[in-house]
Design a protein around this ligand. Structure first.
Ligand code: HEC
Ligand code: HEC
Length: 282
């Protein structure tokens, strides 16, 4: 009996490994397709210049706690001041010389960063983030929710989050081109969704979208996802809305997708009665 069980288990794990292999091959093939010139992707996904945080640098048993409501850029600003992030990053985010050489306002660079890696950096810190400077860790000084707020405030320095009013301008374009699959509120529950496998992405699913860079979202909207229901939009038009899906408009759609995962409204996750600034100790 025991040995039968063993064989059964071995078989299962072998099958698992195989399906992972197949997945990897599919990923490699589809990345290859994006880069072969048949699609006009303008985004370089190679990440050669993405010298910042990666899963590798923060690898370990660090657990990510996802928020249960969109993080607030406005609350993040309060935490930015309270935690004295400007002591290394400067008020605007361009970086203080001798403390940090990374420019948080650099759009190209920041579009290559996954929110989850920025969370890990802030939650757990990093030794020698800059020669002789360790990145502070903030889990003892802020809640996980407040750390997400500051992540999205920092991202907003390069790519400003849309206000509700700005998002509303895009609502009707999203409504007539995307909602049929992704649903009006982005839950992936549009009328066509039942016929699709995999089902359309749910934009409110933080543990999925915080693992996406803006570059990847741009690529998926521009070039679609091969063999899945996600169409390619680059160079297409919506005549009734007078919209051309050019480079810039697709960046707007990326911001619109992020609007499901962040807000510019104050949500008061921060206690503003105690305004003491934390000294990072240089
Ligand atoms: C002691 C100096 C110091 C302080 C204080 C500091 N940082 Fe940093 N920060 C750095 C350095 C250095 C880097 C570059 C890290 C690297 O290259 O891995 C960095 C990188 C970052 C990045 C970019 C990470 C990425 O991969 O995209 C973000 C976002 C960031 N910091 C946010 C903050 C926020 C928010 C605060 C305040 C809560 C803060 N930092 C406080 C020094 C600091
Ligand atoms: C015909 C149905 C359909 C339409 C229309 C559609 N999508 Fe999709 N979309 C999908 C499917 C299916 C996926 C893939 C889900 C998966 O891979 O799990 C997807 C995935 C995505 C992703 C990638 C998510 C990720 O994990 O990276 C983004 C971003 C996206 N869609 C945005 C849009 C936008 C913006 C529009 C409108 C301009 C749109 N979609 C229109 C079906 C659709």
């Amino acid at each position: 009996m025991k040995s039968f069980n063993k064989i059964g288990l071995n078989k299962i794990s072998k099958v698992d490994i195989k399906s992972v292999d197949i997945l990897m091959v599919l990923v490699v093939i589809s990345l290859g397709l994006f880069n072969c010139g048949c699609n006009s992707a303008k985004v370089d996904l190679s990440g050669k210049d993405a010298k910042l945080t990666s899963i590798a640098t923060t690898e370990g048993s660090y657990e990510v706690e996802y928020p249960d409501a969109p993080p607030s850029v406005a609350d993040g600003k309060i935490m930015w001041d309270k935690l004295n992030c400007a002591s290394c990053h400067g008020d605007t985010g361009v970086g203080v010389s001798g403390q940090c050489s990374v420019d948080l306002t650099d759009k190209k660079l920041m579009r290559k960063q996954e929110p989850v890696n920025q969370y890990l950096l802030l939650a757990f810190g990093k030794a020698n983030a800059y020669p002789g400077v360790s990145h502070p860790n903030y889990l003892t000084k802020a809640t996980t929710r407040q750390i997400w707020d500051t992540v999205f405030y920092a991202r907003n320095l390069a790519v400003p989050a849309l206000t509700d009013a700005q998002a509303m301008d895009i609502d009707s374009v999203f409504g007539s081109n995307c909602a049929v699959c992704h649903g009006k509120k982005g839950y992936g529950d549009g009328p066509l969704s039942k016929n699709l496998d995999p089902v359309p992405a749910n934009f409110q699913q933080y543990n999925r979208f915080y693992h996406r860079t803006d570059d990847v979202l741009w690529d998926h909207i521009a070039n679609g996802i091969t063999w899945e229901g996600m169409p390619n939009f680059l160079h297409k038009q919506d005549k009734s809305k007078n919209v051309v899906f050019d480079d810039e408009y697709i960046w707007k759609l990326v911001q619109y997708i992020r609007h499901f995962q962040e807000t510019t409204e104050k949500t008061i996750s921060v206690d503003t009665t105690n305004s003491t600034t934390i000294n990072n100790g240089g």
